[in-house]
Write a protein that binds this ligand. Sequence first.
Ligand SMILES: Cc1ncc(COP(=O)(O)O)c(C=O)c1O
Length: 475
Amino acid sequence: MNSRLSARALATLLGVWRQREPAYEALADAVRLLCLDGRIVARTGLPAERELAAELGVSRTTVASAYQSLRDTGHIESHRGAGSVTLPASQRIVELGAQRGGIDLQKACPPAWPGLAALASEVMQQATTLIGQVGYDMIGSRSLRAAIADRYSRRGLPTSPDEILVTNGAQAAIHLIASVMVGRADRVAIETPTYPHAADALRAAGARLVPLPVSSETGWDIDQVEQAFARTRPVLAYLMPVYQNPTGRSMSVREREVVVGAAGRAGTILVVDETTAELAAGDAPQPGPVLTDGLCQIVHLGSLGKTVWGGLRVGWIRAAPDILSRLVAHRPAFDLGTPDLDQAIAALAVSRMEDILPQRRALLRAGRDALLDAMATALPDWNVCVPDGGVSLWVDLGAPVSTSLVVAAHARGLHLTAGPRFGIGGGHEARVRIPFTAAPEDLRAAVGVLADVWPDVSRRAGTMVRGTALVDAVV
Ligand SMILES: Cc1ncc(COP(=O)(O)O)c(C=O)c1O
């Protein structure tokens, strides 16, 4: 067993869970959602039925029936004397909402760039040569590293191929950086909300995360940034200064200055994730890469996952050669290199990025605008700050009901991730992330589902906000 959740901790995670009758199914669905989006990991012990019933203010029969329902769907197993434990996804019999399918807005994945198949065919012309070699390498092919370095130089950050390490996507880059550059109990500053799998990788490396609040309305809280860096002196800060995921917000010049200055004074290395940084969706000029003018050290990372295709598992790290040497020395423990075939396709794609980006931007703009239009009509009370780029809207629901909304939407075949999954140390229960990477018709259908379930979600939440202490724990 990984750890055991107390009744209070589970109640906090559940939020306003009682969305429908019977109550035991609503409770079981809420726990399934927590398992689904990773807020409860596999092999976590659940509280005893009696304790959870007391904490939630429901009968023990309700909790016992919810646990039985979770056993029936393969989400938990229970043993006399040892209690109930969550199971890995591979053992689940059904997902939330009985069957998967429907509209999946949990991933913010645009479809592949339409020219990709032609690029892949072009590369296949050299297949005999490529497969006559070892087929993978730990640093990256010279041609791909040169193309990535050239792209940085064109974006205003002069770069040599020796400053580039190719990885199997940006996630592998984050994981490698976290594993090599963070020691157990080291402090790492990170935005909240953030890209959740970066937080997962840093936590797995033993980091103590220091939250840096960012809001889609007001941007980075620069007082908090200065205080957090001065007080905690983090070894790293993981940030997305351009089209931040999930808020879509970009740092102003002033915010960049404050972050770079604070990092310099604290001796913090900035890790800047630019996976979504070239995905402008509006008319405002796209911000360039963060420059430090030597005030602090910076590591950039990026990927083709959103600009070209998520299935092309190619990302990279741009850093000083001494940092790259450390990373390469530790890499074999994680993987043995990036496939040459993928790298050859990636090298062509990076060198043609100027031809690729207009299609990506048009696609994201169409998705964003379709979503905004549908929401303005069907859900006029929700507040949205329109982002200039990125992959998602970070919607303000006006009440702490994100988990309940996502549970209700799941039951109708719409799969979303609730706000708290993006938070560091709780919060964001009044927000939901809606990616605009899907096709406009799917986005309109998704808003239709949300509009259908919203009256019930908000009515029940209103009742509970007035009526119980459970909500206080979440707010
Ligand atoms: C900000 C951010 N960083 C990294 C990743 C992981 O990217 P990749 O698919 O290249 O591993 C994602 C994917 O969603 C992301 O949004």
